[in-house]
Ligand binder design. Sequence first.
Ligand code: BES
Ligand code: MN
Ligand code: ZN
Length: 495
Amino acid sequence: MDFELKTLSAADAAPSRTDALIVLVQLESKPGRDALSRWVSDAVKAQDFEPRAGKLLAAYRPAGFGATRVLAAGIGDGSAKSVRQAVAAAVGSLKGSPARKITVLFPAAPAAGAVRAAVLAAADASYVYTTTRGKADGRKLERVTIGVPDAATQQQFFDQARGTVAGVELAKEWGNRPANHATPTLLADAAQSLARRGSGVQCEVLGPREVAKLGMGSFMAVARGSEEPLRFIVLKYQGAPKAAAPVVLVGKGITFDTGGISIKPAAEMDEMKFDMCGAASVLGVFKALSEIRPAVNVIGLIPACENMPDGRSLKPGDVVTSMSGQTIEVLNTDAEGRLILCDALSYAERFKPAAVIDIATLTGACVIALGGVRSGLFSSNDALATALQAAGEVALDPCWRMPLDDEYAEGLKSNFADVANVAGRAAGAVTAAKFLQRFTGSLTWAHLDIAGTAWKGGAAKGSTGRPVGLLLEYLLAQVGVSQPAVRAVRVRQRA
Ligand code: BES
Ligand code: MN
Ligand code: ZN
């Protein structure tokens, strides 16, 4: 799907030919005297349309307009969040229609982040997964034109948004693929194809032999129970001088999580194909970086394998030796995410990173704590936590900081190893983070538990592409090319 940014007034938009013209209407906005503005203000006066966020009014071939469909979409206070809601409703309402080319018009100057919100919402509301659906039709929408009073002021944010959409959609694609169409090998192939010439991305894939040589005994132990060979994916994006310390992103890549010998119940086990959404978000970020080309250095690390029950599987009580040298008593083979991440965190040290952020569908407990609204954020570093939280707010991909008091690590004590891989049921998302923290040494580290936010269940089952938006906003803020709002938040926090 194509996006286009144009300088367009309400007067110019009214006669233009398009399959749908969506005009965003703010509460108490002063109506212009052109035909489109009068159409809206008549409806408001007649109480047929209220410009609150999410409210819609649609007309088919109204006289005097060039568009086949004209929609007024309320944006209430005009904030990015309201714009997202409005565009989601308007584009969502067109999903069954034959509309292919549409225009989303901001009649007045958009608020900070509003253009990006519109682009992302239009993409999200028209997204269709097709890869394994036989002859199913794909996305109908071909082009979205964003009309604003002054395109030049929005160009940079628009370009970032378009790159972000590419990343979000790649993350959705790999998240949604069934596990037999998204094996560790296929995931590595996807990473490798990001490293096309001229993309700015490089990729290296390690297999079982190289991983054994590195001493990743914990990662290897999880992969033992599967016929599918593990992969350790290393992605590099160099946008800044070589000497600049990179940000390392580590994504959990369990392509299917049965629980292993500590097997999960059957209900909803299919959703464990989404257990590589952390990995998918790292792939998505690299896709977006290759399009946006910001001046940052980023490393992506993805340990990828299946967690299966088998004659060779890891067993409860087994003790494994991690790359860090710490021994781990595996009391529950279903707590496998931390077992593959700990070795990837040890590997991260060699890059002398400015920050390391791991992204993982790590615990059901995080879903209980925060639901599907905010990802769990854990960090021993206040500045990094603040920056990630601010990026989440600006990107409308929010997270919430959780505690890391040492008392939470009590339950991880083992009589047979340096550490156990599980504590009790209490504060399960925090004890998982405490386990990871043991492998971060002197790194500036944060952990995002996306178990509740990476996908939706039920009728709308599917990957959300989160937290690609948050991560990109964080990376762009590092080089000062983010939305003005994020800079304002950061300056306030410094003051
Ligand atoms: N991938 C799961 C976490 C998960 C569960 C995410 C449900 C989303 C929905 C993870 O590997 C896991 O199984 N965690 C266990 C940990 C427990 C054994 C300490 C969990 O959360 O039950
Ligand atoms: Mn598990
Ligand atoms: Zn898992």
